[in-house]
Design a protein around this ligand. Structure first.
Ligand code: HEM
Length: 319
């Protein structure tokens, strides 16, 4: 499946004034967090010592707002869920409503919230309860992409289709299965704990299930120790994976490699967006673990422990 991530657009519930990037809003958020910490330190010493042994910053929030969507070149997180959805409505106004709803949930879920408690025990609880009473953003990003199928005859969007957006083609040795391909929308959830991404997915489905149904879902993770130590992630083959990734701090390079710019001659609404490709690749680990080290290293062209290119010394040496 190949998709185009689109720029996150504001909606009625998330106006520029409501934008966490604006100085006023940011200041307000800082005040809120500082207030919370003050109360904790006055409280019972037991909870204070429990808090001090916790190195995970659940309060870390990533701004969802801007000329690019969060979750594309945002620093890596430990957990991820990728879900493809098909849109169930055939009316353009309802598609618009769905995209507004998704935007509202992203604005809500990526900021600290005190969670509502339902008072009516004859109704389902207003939220899952998975996070207790407080929603801490936990570096959550939610990234929305549109699939080629969204531009079919249903909504009359064909003339807006990004030029390079096509269904995932079949490459040599691929065995594409229909049930694991395609989707009108792809939504990517990233955060630093499993419960944060699961909570966000359940929230989004419960608010949007009138207009969309899940088609397939893939879970992902990056090694927690590498994220904590800011070292290159090691993949399931035991090799450093990501050494050659372009640095996200080089905005000129990001414009060239990641973002759609005027140079790409795409429809105007795509500017600042990107293309997303999701591929499910099977790791034959039992066989791999019986493979001699030399063969493993030759497969990647790098040493297993240091990550250096063969014949060189350091991970970052130029192969
Ligand atoms: C099972 C799937 C894959 C595994 C385990 C894997 C693993 C790796 C590893 C260990 C490296 C060397 C370290 C590094 O530069 O990050 C690497 C480099 C690279 N991979 Fe992959 N890879 C996979 C799939 C892919 C796919 C599907 C693509 C492209 C569509 C890709 C493109 C590249 C490129 C371009 C490099 C070279 C980066 C450079 O040296 O500049 N890889 N990969």
């Amino acid at each position: 499946m190949q998709k185009n991530t689109f720029r996150h657009q504001p909606d009625s519930a998330a106006t520029p004034e409501d934008n966490p990037a604006s100085p006023g809003r940011r200041h307000g958020m800082k005040m809120l967090l500082a207030g919370g910490l003050g109360i904790a330190s006055i409280g019972a010493s037991k909870s204070a010592s429990a808090a001090s042994s916790c190195t995970h910053n659940y309060n870390q929030a990533v701004n969802y707002w801007g000329s690019h969507q969060a979750g594309v070149i945002t620093p890596d997180t430990k957990e991820a869920i990728f879900v493809a959805f098909n849109v169930t409505t055939r009316e353009k106004a309802q598609l618009q409503r769905l995209l507004q709803l998704i935007s509202q949930r992203i604005a809500y879920l990526t900021r600290p919230q005190t969670l509502a408690v339902g008072k009516n025990d004859q109704l389902p609880p207003v939220e899952s309860g998975l996070l207790g009473h407080n929603l801490s953003p936990d570096s959550l990003t939610i990234t929305v992409a549109v699939g080629a199928s969204l531009f079919d005859q249903r909504f009359g969007l064909a003339k807006h289709k990004p030029k390079k957006l096509i269904p995932m083609p079949r490459f040599p040795n691929d065995r594409l299965e229909k049930d694991w391909c395609g989707g009108d929308l792809s939504i990517q959830f990233c955060a630093n704990s499993r419960e944060s991404v699961i909570y966000a997915l359940r929230d989004l489905i419960s608010h949007c299930n009138q207009f969309m149904v899940p088609v397939w879902k893939m879970d992902g993770f990056l090694p927690a120790r590498d994220i904590d130590h800011h070292s290159t992630a090691i993949n399931l083959f035991g090799f450093k994976d990501g050494t050659g990734n372009a640095p996200i701090t080089d905005s000129k390079l990001m414009d060239e490699l990641v973002w759609v710019t005027a140079n790409n001659h795409e429809p105007a609404w795509c500017l600042g967006g990107s293309y997303q490709a999701i591929r499910l690749i099977r790791f034959n680990l039992e066989f791999w673990d019986r493979t001699p080290l030399e063969d493993q290293e030759n497969d990647f062209g790098r040493y297993k422990t240091s990550g250096a290119p063969i014949g060189m010394q350091h991970e970052m040496d130029d192969p």
